[in-house]
Design a protein around this ligand. Structure first.
Ligand code: UDX
Ligand code: UDX
Length: 469
């Protein structure tokens, strides 16, 4: 690897052993690159994005994503060996390794609409790399993509490469939002897929050496390209399946008088099952679970496996049902009508400790309640009001029935019911006696995350409903 001169601190020259760039400064690209910069001060890391506003935020005091601990990592590295810019071409030219972390949303049009991944950004990045590169590069797929996407990337590169050598690796990200810094610091595993050719093996070794600076070697797994791509989809499908499984049982608990937390605890003690990801909820959200399962479903259908496709599709169907079940429960409990009643929705992010709202259950719940003509007031500690309105109503649309409050107390004042949709810690610490005093009676609480002490709230005078209770 060539030695390049760089600046560790303004004014002080050091030799960077390697240059890395990442295209896509999102929830995956930003934190991952910040961690590499922190752990490898001898590597220069440039994060580029076509979205100038996002890059400006990465360079400011308020990062574009809320992630506990991330500010610190960025503070320690930004301006030293970590740089954010919109200069995609410059970063590609300079880099030895190029990570691709652009988004791959579910297609909304044409063949595979609603299920297949939209790979247009991946393709355009591949074309840009082929156009701009002047020397050999290792290209690393970070974005979650369907199996065999590496082949597409290789194909585009080969057709446009002008004799330049490219190696394509798959290195899926397993971090969860809200715990990204800890997940990156101490990952359960790092997965690197590559071609089993001398060039592929060498490229894999180069990337292994980057992670080996802080990840124990036995946690870095190398596989062939397709295994790596498929493993990411399968890992997310298995995790989501656990949630849909426990959520299906939550309905049975409500019907029988069992308590889903007690059931989860009892089955989770079996070491073969394990305790994690058994928290019944209003439904899973996030940019990955639904998208990746739909992707898996599409793949299975493509390969002539309709039974396998239907099996995994059930996980998404159960999740949709669970979200609808929650809003239906609210309507039923409020004497079969929420029209003109004020419902306070506490939490809008898809989970706590993130400002990400993609596929959040809150979106479905708010839409259902608005369709029933309720007056919905949302409060979330991190999600901006504009984002909430855009997610629920669509870009540029307004609806007087949907408002956003600045505090939980403002949201609940004069409300008929409270729906807890995200498990933010601050919702556990609210003064519910004070809140009850300002609400219409009977006052209802629907805890979509099972985080509140329902016995205490019932004693205070609330009518309480949990999930699977
Ligand atoms: C998420 C998932 O976590 C990931 O696994 C999935 O494959 C893609 O979506 P994330 O980092 O959260 O990744 O996506 P997002 O926050 O949308 O960031 C993608 C960034 O890429 C955006 O900032 C976008 O502006 C940028 N981008 C997109 C480019 O710079 N160039 C493009 O051509 C397309
Ligand atoms: C997930 C995977 O965990 C991660 O490995 C992958 O890289 C990206 O997708 P993320 O979507 O960030 O991460 O969050 P995660 O913690 O998995 O939660 C997903 C959703 O499931 C959230 O809405 C969460 O509230 C919900 N959930 C999680 C439950 O409802 N119950 C649980 O027991 C766990």
């Amino acid at each position: 690897m060539k030695i390049v001169l760089g600046f560790a601190r303004p004014g002080r020259k050091v030799a960077f052993r390697m240059k890395i760039c990442c295209i896509g400064a999102g929830y995956v690209g930003g934190p991952t690159m910040a961690m590499i910069a922190l752990k490898a001060p001898d590597i220069e890391v440039r994060v580029v994005d076509m979205n100038a506003t996002r890059i400006a935020a990465w360079n400011s005091g308020t990062l574009p994503i809320y992630e506990p601990g991330l500010d610190d990592v960025v503070k320690q590295t930004r301006g030293k060996n970590l740089h954010f810019s919109t200069d995609v071409n410059g970063a590609i030219k300079a880099a030895d390794i190029i990570f691709v972390a652009v988004n791959t949303p579910t297609k909304t049009y044409g063949v595979g609409a609603g299920r297949a991944a939209d790979l247009r950004f991946i393709e355009s990045v591949a074309r840009t790399i082929a156009e701009v590169a002047t020397g050999p590069k290792i290209i690393v797929e970070k974005s979650t993509i369907p199996v065999k996407t590496a082949e597409t990337i290789k194909d585009i590169l080969a057709a446009n490469a002008r004799g330049i050598k490219f190696e394509v690796l798959s290195n899926p990200e397993f971090l969860a939002e809200g715990t990204a810094v800890a997940d990156l610091q101490m990952p359960d595993r790092v997965l690197i897929g590559g071609e089993r050719t001398p060039g592929g093996e060498q490229a894999m070794q180069t990337l292994v050496d980057v992670y080996a600076r802080w990840v124990p070697r036995d946690r870095i797994i190398t596989t062939n390209l397709w295994s790596s791509e498929l493993s990411k989809l399968v890992a997310n499908a298995f995790l989501a399946q656990r949630i849909s499984s426990i959520n299906s049982i939550s309905a049975l608990c409500e019907a029988t008088g069992a308590d889903v937390d007690e059931v989860a605890n009892a089955i989770g003690k079996d070491s073969r099952i394990g305790p994690k990801f058994l928290k019944a909820s209003v439904g899973f959200g996030g940019s990955c679970f639904q998208k990746d399962i739909l992707n898996l479903v599409y793949l299975c259908e493509h390969f002539g496996l309709p039974e396998v496709a239907a099996y995994w599709d059930g996980v998404v169907k159960m999740n949709d049902w669970q979200k609808r079940r929650f809003s239906t429960k609210i309507v039923r409990a409020l004497f079969n009508t929420v029209a003109d009643k004020k419902i306070a929705v506490l939490g809008f992010a898809f989970k706590k400790d993130t400002n990400d709202t993609r596929e959040s259950a809150a979106i479905a719940v708010c839409r259902d309640l608005l369709a029933e003509q309720a007056n919905v007031v949302v409060y979330d500690p991190q999600v901006p009001a504009d984002e909430i309105r855009r997610d629920v109503l669509g870009k540029g649309k307004e609806d007087a029935r949907l408002t956003v409050a600045k505090t939980a107390y403002e949201a609940t004042e004069g409300a008929h019911a409270i729906a807890v949709v995200t498990e933010w810690d601050e919702f556990k610490k609210l003064d519910y006696a004070k809140i009850l005093g300002t609400m219409h009676k009977p006052a209802f609480i629907f805890d979509g995350r099972n985080i509140l002490d329902l016995c205490k709230l019932t004693a205070l005078g609330f009518r309480t409903y949990g999930i699977g209770k």
